[in-house]
Ligand binder design. Structure first.
Ligand SMILES: NC(=O)c1ccc[n+]([C@@H]2O[C@H](COP(=O)([O-])OP(=O)(O)OC[C@H]3O[C@@H](n4cnc5c(N)ncnc54)[C@H](OP(=O)(O)O)[C@@H]3O)[C@@H](O)[C@H]2O)c1
Length: 296
């Protein structure tokens, strides 16, 4: 059986059209344009490219966006001062500080300094706590993107056994918590696995939905999944490939070709989870701007 491909580019496009209409409606009804501030510290090429893509996507959809670039040796106090100014700025509804930060700066301190109502990355402890309690709040963009991919592909989440491999604060932990909540696009039975999990394969083979967020190229093989599983591959890894012009190729955490022979549905890499992450950032920024109007 060849799997149905869950097309992240197509689904992200559909959701972006919904966000664009939401932005138009907000502008018409209240005169408010959603605003996003992206903060880049230093000149890490990957971070620079992520920030560029986020700004571009925001601009294209009708979100006002501004970029603040600080030198790699900026002090923690200076960065906290900028975040505080953005917290107070009424035209900014979302603040994103691109991680990782240089060693002299505490990432946790910076994340915690962002006003929770502007934390569109969803990393503030208040928003992470709201996932636990099932309250409204910003959900981290990658797990939210995965949840939407499942929902838009009509994959039944309620009652399913979801196995999440990976327990990072940005993907695995929020992902597992979001899918075990009561309510829409949730109500799953969730198992979390990590590097200390004993006999990983015996657990991944029980999954109705397997979510791989490991950061190891093609780690999940056909032997680790059962027939008919739905596989979401969060991994982004670059491996050497002399047949490619740049000598590198992007692969996920799942051995796509062989797992696709057993799966019912699967996300590709690239073109699966990746396009959803920025889309969820746009969605969170719109949600924040809508909430700011509701409070006026
Ligand atoms: N598509 C996107 O937009 C997007 C966004 C974010 C991340 N990603 C990608 O997703 C992947 C995961 O990212 P992350 O930030 O969550 O990574 P991370 O912080 O490095 O976490 C990796 C997790 O995988 C677990 N793990 C590592 N080796 C394992 C093994 N042999 N068996 C079982 N579990 C193992 C680790 O377990 P321990 O906790 O025990 O160490 C850890 O919990 C990366 O490839 C990253 O590039 C993609």
């Amino acid at each position: 059986m060849a799997a149905r491909i869950i097309d992240g580019v197509e689904i992200a496009g559909r959701i972006r059209r919904e966000i664009a209409s939401g932005i138009d409606a907000l502008k018409r009804q209240s005169g408010v344009t959603p605003g996003l501030a992206v903060v880049l510290v230093g000149d890490n090429p990957a971070s620079r490219s992520y920030v560029r893509n986020k700004n571009k996507a925001a601009h294209e959809i009708g979100i006002y966006s501004e970029q603040h670039t600080l030198p790699a040796d900026v002090s923690e106090a200076e960065l906290l001062g900028l975040v505080e100014r953005l917290n107070q700025d009424p035209k900014i509804h979302g603040i994103l500080v691109q991680l990782p930060l240089p060693l002299q700066i505490s990432e946790q301190k910076v994340i915690t300094s962002i006003a929770p109502q502007k934390d569109v990355d969803g990393f503030h402890p208040v928003n992470l706590g709201r996932i636990m309690t099932g309250e409204r709040g910003f959900r981290p963009c990658t797990p939210l993107g995965v949840q939407k991919l499942l929902a838009y592909s009509d994959v039944k989440i309620a009652g399913s056994h979801v196995v999440v491999v990976g327990r990072s604060n940005i993907v695995g932990k929020p992902m597992a918590n979001m899918l075990m909540q009561k309510g829409e696009d949730a109500d799953a039975t969730v198992t979390i696995c990590h590097s200390h999990t004993r006999d990983l394969q015996s657990i991944t083979r029980q999954a109705d939905i397997l979510i791989a967020a490991i950061g190891r190229p093609e780690f999940i093989t056909a032997a680790m999944v059962r027939d008919g599983v739905v596989v979401i591959d969060v991994g982004i890894n670059r491996i050497a490939d002399p047949t490619h012009p740049k000598g590198l190729r992007m692969v996920g955490d799942v051995k796509f070709d062989e797992v696709a022979q057993k799966a019912q549905a699967i996300t590709p890499v690239p073109g699966g989870v990746g396009p959803m992450t920025i889309t969820m950032l746009l969605s969170n920024t719109l949600q924040s701007a809508q909430a700011s109007v509701a409070f006026l």
